[in-house]
Design a protein around this ligand. Structure first.
Ligand SMILES: Nc1nc2c(ncn2[C@@H]2O[C@H](COP(=O)(O)OP(=O)(O)OP(=O)(O)O)[C@@H](O)[C@H]2O)c(=O)[nH]1
Ligand SMILES: [Mg+2]
Length: 437
């Protein structure tokens, strides 16, 4: 059966002692790039590192228009083949998505055992390495199969393996019919994964609704990969979520309860990171995970303040938020890693972004202000109510303390008199006990 194979096969960077694949990185400078080529290639090197390949050479070309056959110019393609030979490379990685035919044409130019892949395939590899939940793994398989489908004709040995295969040459010798069989198989697989994901997504929606009781204010941490979302969740809730200095450490979302200083509980959800040129197949495949952002009442957009590219990163994140139609959800910019900034840099940022929060998940700097900002946002939608709750309704008093903001509270003969700020979800429960000021 035709299955998608990881493109980097010598194992992840973490497996000590393992020999890592050697990669040549290729970037093309052309008009209209929103990201400086150098930093995009530096990011590509980090992606390669995370997937288990070491960048041994980097080459670029300036073009006014792309070559439809080989992406770069044909002379440049020869030059890349030479560079790969000199550096004993296993793989050539393009910083942009190649069309299936470009990928195939480029492989013909390279020496026999040199693979040609693109940023998208690399990101798919990393996602496959880091997916742990059933849903996460299914989402990755969906994206892999969508990527594989149009590339079946070329059928590079490294991209798909014929697990049931009948020996050398068996898959290429049979012409169109084998291609048709493969196509149908991949198509069927996509359909069945989609079906299973749709089911899991319903389950997840129900869980989200009932999670710790409905009506709770929901906060999602979103942002560029490696910005410190998981670290921030850990700092706030002691969640113990995996955070490390690799791209896409988090794939599965984690939700934790968090108690605001006034006693009210909200939920905080850590989510998968974004990146520039995030493959659209991945955005589609991860729809249900990304729904955690969509279902939030407030988005904390976490930014790595120490990155030279933080502005482009903010833009890239906003673009993906637009793609998942989450741009209308209230959001706050959180500049993290402020411990790495010089004092004047921090002052400059505060002046430029007066509505943002400035924190360090590492040192705890600014966390109290951040919590205050969350409290403020959480109470913005609430209405002020004065109630007198009879002593027989202890449940409502608990609800008030757990889910609302208690402004004043007095114990009187007929019951508990409270002034509350109540979220829209709970007003109907307090309505029967409402009293005049
Ligand atoms: N100096 C410093 N480093 C930080 C801070 N917050 C996070 N980091 C480091 O940044 C790296 C990435 O942190 P994560 O919390 O894994 O980032 P993330 O946004 O969850 O990343 P992904 O899950 O990969 O998208 C880790 O090595 C953290 O230790 C901070 O405030 N200061
Ligand atoms: Mg994370």
């Amino acid at each position: 059966m035709t299955e998608y194979q990881s493109v980097i096969q010598k194992g992840p960077a973490t497996s000590a002692g393992e020999q890592r694949e050697r990669a040549v990185l290729v970037g093309v400078d052309r008009p209209g790039l929103s990201w400086p080529l150098d930093s995009s290639l530096a990011e590509l090197a980090r992606l390669a590192d995370t997937a288990g390949a070491e960048a041994v050479a980097v080459t670029t070309q300036k073009l006014s228009s792309l070559n439809p056959r080989t992406f770069v110019g044909s002379g440049k393609a020869e030059e890349i083949a030479q560079l790969a030979r000199e550096n004993d490379a296993d793989v050539v990685i393009f910083d942009d998505e190649l069309t299936p035919s470009q990928q195939s044409n480029l492989e013909k130019v390279m020496d026999k055992d040199v693979k040609v892949i693109d940023r998208t395939a690399l990101i798919l590899d990393i996602f496959a390495l880091h997916a742990t939940s059933r849903e996460g793994r299914l989402q990755v398989r969906l994206a892999q199969n969508q990527y594989l489908y149009p590339r079946l004709r070329g059928m590079w040995a490294h991209l798909a393996s014929n697990r049931m295969g009948g020996g050398v040459g068996s898959r290429f010798g049979e012409g169109e019919s084998q291609l048709e069989v493969d196509r149908r198989m991949v198509r069927n697989r996509i359909t069945s994964i989609r079906r299973e994901l749709a089911h899991l997504s319903e389950v997840r929606a129900v869980q989200r609704e009932t999670r710790y009781g409905s009506g709770m204010f929901k906060v999602a941490l979103a942002g560029y990969t490696n910005a410190g979302k998981s670290s921030l969740l850990n700092r706030l809730t002691g969640a113990g979520v995996l955070s490390y200095d690799k791209l896409f450490a988090t794939l599965d979302s984690t939700t934790r309860k968090f108690e605001l200083p006034e006693g009210r509980e909200i939920t905080l959800t850590d989510t998968v990171g974004f990146i520039q040129k995030l493959p659209t197949t991945l955005v589609e495949a991860f729809k249900s995970t990304l729904d955690e952002i969509n279902g939030a009442d407030l988005i904390l957009h976490v930014v790595d303040a120490s990155s030279d590219e933080f502005e482009s990163q903010i833009e890239a994140v906003e673009e993906v938020l637009g793609q998942i139609e989450a741009q209308s959800i209230p959001s706050v910019l959180i500049f993290n890693k402020c411990d790495l900034l010089a004092e004047d840099q921090l002052v400059g940022l505060r002046n430029r972004f007066p509505h943002a929060q400035f924190v360090s998940a590492e040192t705890g700097f600014g966390i109290d202000d951040l919590v205050a900002a969350i409290s403020k946002a959480a109470s913005a939608t609430e209405v002020l109510m004065s109630v007198l709750v009879p002593y027989s309704r202890g449940d409502l008093v608990s609800l008030a303390h757990g889910r609302c903001t208690v402004v004043t509270e007095a114990h009187e003969e007929q019951g508990t008199r409270m002034q509350l700020r109540v979220a829209p979800a709970f007003t109907s429960q307090f309505k029967p006990f409402e009293v005049a000021e």
